[in-house]
Write a protein that binds this ligand. Structure first.
Ligand SMILES: O=C(O)C(=O)CO
Length: 328
C-alpha cells in the first residue's frame, strides 16, 4: 500500500438484502477504500493482498478458511452486532486476525425490541390490529383481553448490557424483575432496577409471567429452553426471545403453544431465519414474529458502523481494540 493511501475494507455488498446501508458509505469512505465481495471475487489475487479489514454486515460475507487464506494481510474483522455465534473465532484467531463486536451501539435498541415484543404480546397488538382492519371490525370483549404488565413478573435470562437495559425499562413499567446470569450483578446494580437474582433458571421459570431470553448462543445455551423448561413455566406465561433462535427447542415450543403449556411467544429470532413459509410457528395466533429486528433503527445501525470503524482503526494502528472479542 502506498503511503497516504486509505486501508482497504472488504464488505459483502452495498445496499441489497445483505449489504451495508448506502447512507453509511460516505462515512466509511472517509477512512477506507471500500471493496465489495463481487469486486474481490473478480480479481482475487490483486485485491486479496490489499484487504486489511472486513466489516461484516448481518453475518455476511461468510468467513471461512478459503476466504482467510486469500487475504494474507487481513488484520481485523468487525461485526455489526454483538453476537459472534456465526463466526469460528478460533479459526479466525489462528490466522492472526483480531475480532471486534459492537456492544455499545446495540444495547438500547435491542432492549427496546424486547420491550416492544413484551408489550405487543401482552396486549395482543397484532391480533387486535387484524381485527381493527378487518372488513367487519367485529369482536367480543374476550377477543381482546390482554395481560396486565404493571405488577407482573419479568424473568430475564442473561443480564449483560442488553438484559440490564431491559430491566431498566421493565422497572419503569412497574414490573417485578427476576434475573438469571452466570455471574450475579453487584448489589447496587440489582437495587437500581429492583431485580432479584435467581441462581437457578428453574425458579425463575416457575415464577415469571414473562420470560425474556437475552443470552448469547453458545454450546451451553443451545436449546436452553426445551420441553422441561416450558413445562416449568406458568400456563399464563409468555416467552420472549431476542437472543438466538437456537436457544429454544423450537419443536417443543410449537407443542407448548399449541397445547396451552404456555400462553404465548414473541420471537425476534428463529431457527432458521426466516422460517420456511409453512412452518407451524407461523400459523399460531398466540405467536408474534419479527424479522430479527434487534438493533434495526437508523441511528443504532449508524452507531454500529461508527463502533466498527473505531475498532478497525485501532487494530490497524496497533492499539487496543475497544470491543475486542477473543476466542473462548
Ligand atoms: O447484536 C446482535 O448480535 C443482534 O442480533 C442484534 O439483534
Amino acid at each position: 500500500m502506498e503511503e497516504g493511501e486509505l486501508p482497504w475494507l472488504l464488505v459483502n455488498e452495498v445496499g441489497g438484502i445483505r449489504g451495508i446501508l448506502h447512507s453509511h458509505v460516505p462515512f466509511l469512505k472517509k477512512h477506507f477504500h471500500l471493496i465489495t465481495m463481487k469486486e474481490f471475487l473478480e480479481n482475487r489475487k490483486d485485491v486479496g493482498k490489499m484487504v486489511q479489514a472486513i466489516y461484516l454486515w448481518w453475518h455476511k460475507p461468510v468467513i471461512d478458511k478459503e476466504l482467510l487464506q486469500s487475504l494474507p494481510n487481513l488484520k481485523v474483522i468487525a461485526n455489526s452486532g454483538v453476537g459472534m455465534d456465526h463466526l469460528d473465532l478460533k479459526l479466525i484467531a489462528s490466522f492472526g486476525v483480531k475480532m471486534a463486536n459492537a456492544p455499545r451501539a446495540v444495547s438500547s435498541t435491542t432492549a427496546d425490541t424486547g420491550m416492544a415484543l413484551l408489550l405487543a404480546s401482552a396486549r395482543r397488538l397484532v391480533e387486535v390490529h387484524n381485527i381493527s382492519i378487518s372488513p367487519s371490525m367485529d369482536y367480543c370483549e374476550a377477543d381482546i383481553l390482554g395481560v396486565k404488565v404493571a405488577g407482573a413478573t419479568l424473568g430475564i435470562i442473561g443480564m449483560g448490557r442488553i438484559g440490564y437495559k431491559i430491566a431498566v425499562r421493565a422497572k419503569a413499567f412497574e414490573m417485578n424483575i427476576l434475573y438469571h446470569n452466570r455471574t450475579r450483578r453487584k448489589v447496587h446494580e440489582e437495587q437500581a432496577v429492583g431485580a432479584t437474582y435467581c441462581k437457578k433458571i428453574d425458579s425463575l421459570l416457575q415464577q415469571a409471567d414473562f420470560v425474556m431470553l437475552v443470552v448469547s448462543l453458545t454450546p451451553q445455551t443451545h436449546k436452553l429452553i426445551g420441553k422441561r423448561e416450558l413445562e416449568l413455566m406458568k400456563p399464563t406465561a409468555t416467552l420472549i426471545n431476542i437472543s438466538r433462535g437456537a436457544v429454544v427447542d423450537q419443536e417443543a415450543l410449537v407443542a407448548a403453544l399449541q397445547t396451552g403449556v404456555i400462553r404465548a411467544a414473541a420471537l425476534d429470532v428463529t431457527s432458521p431465519e426466516p422460517l420456511p413459509r409453512d412452518h407451524a410457528l407461523l400459523k399460531l395466533k398466540n405467536v408474534i414474529i419479527t424479522p430479527h429486528l434487534g438493533i434495526k433503527t437508523d441511528k443504532a445501525t449508524y452507531m454500529i458502523t461508527e463502533e466498527a470503524v473505531e475498532n478497525i482503526l485501532a487494530a490497524l494502528n496497533g492499539l487496543p481494540l475497544p470491543s475486542e472479542v477473543l476466542p473462548s
